[in-house]
Design a protein around this ligand. Structure first.
Ligand code: NFE
Ligand code: MG
Length: 577
């Protein structure tokens, strides 16, 4: 019998929410089995029942404080879809700009403040020589961002104070010094400088969202039929402020984020080429960011919709919402089988995590072990998110996406001295998932400038319309609709059924639900679980490899569960090592 060991990481930090990962490793420290569990329950779908559908967005956005505006918009779109309302051009562009600002904010925060520390050893940066680090930065950017020798000396002094005083706070138990870190001290110093600078920039990103959203988090300017920021779009000062902040942020993306990503991509390229963390290789995008006003699901999208199976980019399967289902065989709910969201139920049935004699929670595949349901598309487990959007975009032959992906692979190939672009297959990996997010960020920042100019030109042409008038007393009181589009972490769908003018049923199937889900009724793994299989853990006491792969999806567990155990039951023990 082979000797296996369990590694439990609970809680996984540098994510939103409560997530526990249990991995089984063989005698060679290779992960052979994995279980992702959400240990927190919330109940927003249930709260929505019986409400006026025009209020749904304001409640649904409380699912999350991160992609808050996305739930708000999706919910409003589900109601617009039910009532067959097409929003005016100005409203479409304003919604795109609010969502686009969320993408670039979220992705930069993810790279530097959440996931980056799996690649960058902050403490090792103290060994970095500022002069050499400045020289090093020119290998990755012609105009490096904020890393002159004098700036780096200050960064080092600031960091040294934190470390000396033991003020690393939430990072004090991180795996600093692990052999899994591959950047040089100078490269670590560059990335640490950008970590600190990106903290400041977060303010600008939040302002960007609030200019047309009213506030952030939880914007207020969307209503069924359009948007309410009527005066803002006519105010040249607001438009100018949006452009100034966007350009400032774009500058950081191009001269810090992308160069740092290329630097890490080169250092960790082996993990990309050997496909570490590839996982399901089934990718799905609902499509998003409407580029014209031809109506709800007719418009051309910036991100095309579709499904790619088994990593086969030569075949794009059209997306069909009727093929989405949620299964609860291994989730703490009761249901009789996979359910389409229109008829989906949320009936909690907490059965606990089964404990083994040695004290580990032992999760047999027959058991329930998470508050996250298991979404299924056309009887496939799929991954959603930036990588899925880039993969589907390339498979769809989308020119813009293909250009950005090709540019990045060419840059990586060049830095690696391959004499040709890095292979597309390198994207099917943990490193690739992280690269896809950066590629998407640059694309988004570039296209947003086009949209804000389009908005200003449309208003200047005399079109001031922001709302498609509809009379609630005249629309059908029995209707159903769905809002399907892309949140930063992947495909987000809200489905609403309306009866006698009130919400009869409401279901949200969320990006982190797709990715962080447990096994399904056929015992097939969710995306995080599948991505962990085959990874070698170098040091069992510092399982940074597990963090890396899970973080590459940017988990948001508040979103995934959207349901809080108020009885104060102990769901799991924190094991701090
Ligand atoms: Ni709570 Fe979200 C995004 C949505 S998560 S952050 O992006 O919807 O899965
Ligand atoms: Mg749900």
């Amino acid at each position: 019998m082979s000797k296996s060991q369990h590694i439990i990481v609970d809680p996984i930090t540098r994510i939103e929410g409560h997530l526990r990962v249990e991995a089984v490793i063989d005698e060679n420290n290779v992960i052979t089995d994995a279980y992702a569990s959400s240990t927190m329950f919330r109940g927003i779908e249930t709260i929505l029942k019986g409400r006026d559908p025009r209020d749904a967005g304001l409640l649904a956005m409380r699912i999350c404080g991160v992609c808050t505006g996305t739930h708000y918009q999706r919910s409003i779109e589900a109601v617009e879809n039910a009532f067959d309302i097409t929003i005016p051009k100005n409203a479409r562009l304003v919604r795109n700009l609010i969502q686009g600002a969320l993408y670039i904010h979220d992705h930069v925060v993810h790279f530097y403040h959440l996931h980056g520390l799996d690649w960058v050893d902050l403490v090792d940066a103290l060994k970095g020589d500022p002069k050499k680090a400045q020289e090093e930065s020119f290998n990755w950017s012609r105009t490096p961002y904020g890393v002159s020798e004098s700036e780096l000396i200050q960064v080092k002094e600031r960091l040294a104070k934190f470390v000396k005083q033991g003020r690393l706070g939430i990072f004090s138990n991180a795996y600093w010094g692990s052999k899994a870190y591959k950047l040089t001290p100078e490269q670590n110093l560059i990335a640490t400088a950008h970590y600190l600078q990106a903290l400041d920039l977060q303010r600008d990103a939040a302002k960007l969202m609030a200019i047309f959203g009213g506030k952030m988090p939880h914007p207020q300017s969307l209503v069924v039929g359009g948007v309410t920021c009527v005066q803002d779009i006519q105010n040249p000062a607001r438009i100018a402020l949006f452009k100034t902040l966007l350009k400032k942020f774009t500058h950081f993306i191009k001269t810090a984020y992308l160069p740092d990503l290329a630097m890490a991509g080169v250092k960790y390229v082996d993990e990309a080429l050997d496909g570490t963390g590839a996982g399901l290789k089934n990718f799905m995008s609902y499509g998003d960011f409407k580029l014209d006003d031809t109506g709800f699901y007719n418009a051309k999208n910036l991100f095309p919709s579709g499904v790619v199976l088994n990593g086969d980019l030569s075949k794009l399967h059209p997306f069909d919402q009727s093929k989405v289902a949620e299964d609860v065989t291994h989730a703490w709910y009761d249901a009789s089988g996979p359910q389409h969201p229109y008829d989906g139920t949320t009936n909690p049935n907490y059965t606990g995590l089964e404990k083994k004699d040695d004290g580990y929670a032992y999760l047999k595949t027959k058991e329930k072990y998470s508050w996250i349901k298991s979404p299924i598309y056309d009887d496939h487990r799929v991954e959603v998110g930036p990588l899925a959007r880039m993969v589907v975009g390339v498979a769809a032959g989308d020119e813009r996406i293909t250009k950005y992906v090709t540019n990045f692979l060419a840059l990586l190939g060049d830095k690696l001295g391959l004499g040709k672009p890095a292979p597309t297959a390198a994207l099917f990996s943990t490193v690739g998932r992280t690269a896809a997010r950066a590629i998407e960020t640059e694309l988004m920042a570039d296209v947003m400038i086009e949209w804000v100019d389009e908005l200003a030109a449309n208003v200047a042409s005399g079109d001031l319309s922001t709302w498609t008038e509809f009379d609630f007393d005249k629309v059908s009181k029995d209707a159903k609709g769905y809002g399907l589009a892309e949140a930063p972490r992947g495909g987000l769908g809200h489905w609403v059924k309306i009866k006698d003018g009130k919400i009869e049923n409401y279901q949200a199937v969320v990006p982190s639900t797709w990715n962080a889900a447990p096994r399904d009724y056929k015992d097939r793994m969710g995306a995080y679980e599948a991505a962990l299989i085959g990874t070698k853990v170098a040091d069992v006491s510092q399982p940074i490899e597990i963090l890396k792969t899970v973080h590459s999806f940017d988990p948001c567990i508040a979103c995934a569960v959207h349901i809080v155990d108020t009885k104060g039951k102990e769901l799991s023990k924190f094991k701090v090592s």
